[in-house]
Design a protein around this ligand. Sequence first.
Ligand code: GLU
Length: 333
Amino acid sequence: MKPFFFKLLILVLLIPVVHAKQSTLSPTQIQQVVNEAYARFKNDNEGKNADYIKALAKVNPKIFGIVIVDKNGHIYQAGDAKTEVSIQSVSKVFTAALVMSQRGSKFVQEKIGVNATGLPFNSIIAIELHNGSASNPFVNAGAIQTTSWVQAKNSKERWSKIIANMSAYAGRKLSVNQDIYISELSDNKRNQAIAKLLDAYKKMGSDPLEATTVYTKQCSVNINAKDLATMGATLANHGVNPLTKTRVIDAAYPSKIMAIMITAGLYDNAGDWLYKTGLPAKSGVGGGILAIVPGKMGIGVVSPPLDKYGNSVRAQKAITYIVEKLGLNPLKR
Ligand code: GLU
């Protein structure tokens, strides 16, 4: 072969290698963008703590933590990475995953649903409009219904399975925030009504008030940004927790769970979120958002002030910034 053609061949062979190298993010790059996101939004005061649960109004609105856990277990963090808030609706993801593990993905699709309601997370009218269906496991109706379908011989066992499952995703033993739990128990009449309505439609797997109490407890579990990132990274990593190396869910299910996150993760604003980031995510009124870059990482952000849909303002901004800067939108690949 002539030297010129030989050089050309080497060049052509090297193109994919160089390209692959460029598209791999370095740890320094990731940490730098996490720091930037923190600095950029640290003093952003937009939004307001949830107050329909009295104890949530008292949580420090300044809490702001950002953590990324990647599939290899590397951790990147800035701000209040270890400060705890209540998990609230983000818990719905993991109880749905538990029921999916126990009963299969078809059960979740057929019994609870996997479609958007287009209505607020605690809507009662949505149940009526959909002929008694909760529509999906991430609105309150579907989440209470999901909790009722956790296989257990009694309420105590239902609870211990739920908390053990969430702890396995987080890679540490999680516990309940008693102040939030007690406050939320006295403010959960609407959820009781939702559960009773679903019971009238014969959709509940256990007593509606018992399921509502267990659901309320599940929402009161304390988590921090690192927990959220680890829980997300476990789903991103096809069901294996990258920190504990334990398989938490069958590899067949994370894609199903992420599909529901895309449809209904950020309440009735899920479309706008997807349009901006392309990422499956779930928010909670405690101020946490968990976003997943499939096959790569989990991003957990905690900041209590919410927008009118119930989604943390700073968490949305920080994740959007990180996604843009690091080119993480899977729909752009
Ligand atoms: N425990 C809250 C409720 O049932 C969760 C709501 C949320 O985070 O969206 O209203």
